[in-house]
Design a protein around this ligand. Structure first.
Ligand code: SAJ
Length: 450
């Protein structure tokens, strides 16, 4: 009996149906490319519901740690990682040749900027070419990295189209931005709602079905460009509003108004306002960088995103303002910055996380060193780091001697575990860029707020 000739409609339907069945029954093999603060939590969530998950990463150390069930991302629960690894639901590899064995591939690679603030999409392009070499019928590809509107259809789609496979028929392509807030205990990969945009309606339907297996609220939008624009808007919204309160801090300094009292008072308005805080600058690999992906794309439309540029200027000013504020505080005590002993509290870019990339504290340290200050730091989350000149620095213990031996303690990160009463009690002078000492009642005269 001749095998039934499957018509193109049925064959196409079969790719979608087979994949949908695998997604719904959690028998799909899921590949997550990029085992960082986005990829690893996603991989664990998918493995926890029964998918076989393969983590792909160029970093052999990360791969080895995952395969040993050893966690390195604070937002991942150690036992959950160990559990899915020991049950062989999750494994990791540096070998991209097995990408073709995955039914779903989720791309969670970095999207940094080049030295002149242009998008560096080299990670995305590299992964796209690896996938292209193994792309086969029945695969769903989802890009999650924060990027400019158009990336999915201008970088991924042309490479995949070159294989001759037809998107929405043979394979499926979507964009769904990650919304991980590092250190956020309330909103996690599991309960943070997700936006999804598909290249075709079938792509959208399959991708939405995939995300709905582990995320409560999934919002389908009309295209990958809408989803891409949504995420880069979210980060631009934060960058601009942080810059607004930073500019208010600069003005309040000049007007001798306590910016923190103003922020507290404004926050009592029950509607129409959202709390942001001034600070020493904006760090991390998202807020200071992602908006410039949009600014770059906008220029192709002869559009100048003034808010993004202005926000970047103001936020980048803050480390310089902190140096000025510190210099003035020392000067009031007849102490020059040159030769002054400074103890910086906090090197990570925000509280309660170990990430110091793009941290404003790095810039402040460099500026103080340039002025001849003698700077040590303490950060329980950052035992050591490499400064801008490649020097390895180590965190000092936070002792009475370390605090009282400094001419000034500079608070750059307000880690929750720090005993601020202890710090203020033993310090000659505290310059507090985070209002971390808000609840300290003693020795307020020794505290200078941003
Ligand atoms: N910052 C301020 N004042 C504020 C808020 C933040 O100075 O009122 C500073 C922080 O100290 C930090 C920087 O801005 O240095 C960025 O902090 P962030 O929490 O806004 O950004 P990320 O990079 O840790 O995480 C953000 C996510 N955060 C929140 O939504 C709260 C979210 O915007 C994205 O999901 C994520 O970036 C991403 O991956 O894009």
């Amino acid at each position: 009996m001749s095998t039934m000739q499957v018509g193109p409609e049925l064959r196409n339907l079969s790719h979608e149906l087979v994949l949908r069945e695998k997604v719904n029954t959690h028998t799909a093999v899921v590949g997550v490319i990029g085992m960082g603060y986005v990829g690893l939590p996603l991989a664990v969530e998918k493995a926890k519901v029964g998918y076989r998950v393969v983590g792909f990463d160029r970093n052999a150390i990360r791969v080895a740690q995952i395969n040993q069930g050893s966690n390195y991302i604070r937002d991942v629960v150690d036992d959950e990682l160990a559990g899915v690894v020991s049950s062989e639901k999750l494994s990791a590899t540096t070998d991209f040749s097995t990408l073709g064995s995955c039914d779903v591939l989720v791309i969670c690679v970095p999207t940094p900027l080049t030295i002149n603030k242009d998008p560096d999409t080299s990670y995305i392009r590299s992964v796209a070419s690896e996938i292209t070499r193994r792309l086969r019928p029945g695969q769903l590809i989802c890009l999650e990295s924060t990027t400019y509107p158009g990336t999915t259809e201008e970088i991924l789609l042309p490479q995949f189209a070159a294989t001759g496979l037809v998107v929405g028929r043979d394979y499926f392509l979507a964009y769904s931005p990650e919304r991980v807030d590092p250190g956020n205990k309330r909103y996690t990969t599991k309960n943070t709602n997700k936006v999804v945009g598909g290249v075709t309606a079938t792509c959208l339907s399959v991708a939405t079905a995939f995300y709905k297996q582990t995320i409560v609220d999934v919002l389908a939008v009309s295209s990958p460009r809408v989803a891409e624009m949504t995420k880069v808007f979210e980060n631009t919204f934060r960058a601009v509003n942080i810059a607004l309160v930073n500019e208010m801090a600069l003005l309040c300094d000049r007007m001798k108004i306590d910016i923190w009292e103003v922020m507290d008072a404004a926050a009592t308005k029950p509607f129409g306002i959202m709390r942001f805080n001034p600070g020493p600058g904006v760090g991390g690999h998202c807020i200071p960088l992602d908006p410039f992906y949009l600014a770059w794309k906008a220029r192709q439309y002869d559009f100048h995103t003034r808010f993004i540029e202005l926000a970047g200027e103001i936020n980048n000013l803050m480390p310089y303002f902190v140096r000025e504020k510190l210099g003035r505080a020392l000067n009031m005590r007849s102490l020059p910055l040159k030769g002054a002993k400074i103890l910086m509290l906090g090197m990570s870019y925000k509280r309660d996380i170990p990430d110091w990339r793009e941290s404003p504290a790095l810039k402040i340290l460099d500026l103080l060193m340039q002025d001849g200050a003698i700077v040590d730091y303490h950060d329980p989350y950052v035992p050591s780091f490499q400064d801008e000149h490649g020097r390895v620095r180590h965190s000092n213990p936070l002792t009475t001697q370390a605090i009282s031996g400094a001419d000034c303690v500079l608070i750059t990160t307000d880690h929750s575990q720090t005993d601020w009463d202890f710090v203020v009690r033993n310090a000659h002078l505290v310059v507090d860029t985070r209002n971390a000492t808000r609840n300290v009642s003693s020795s307020r005269d020794n505290i200078v707020l941003l």
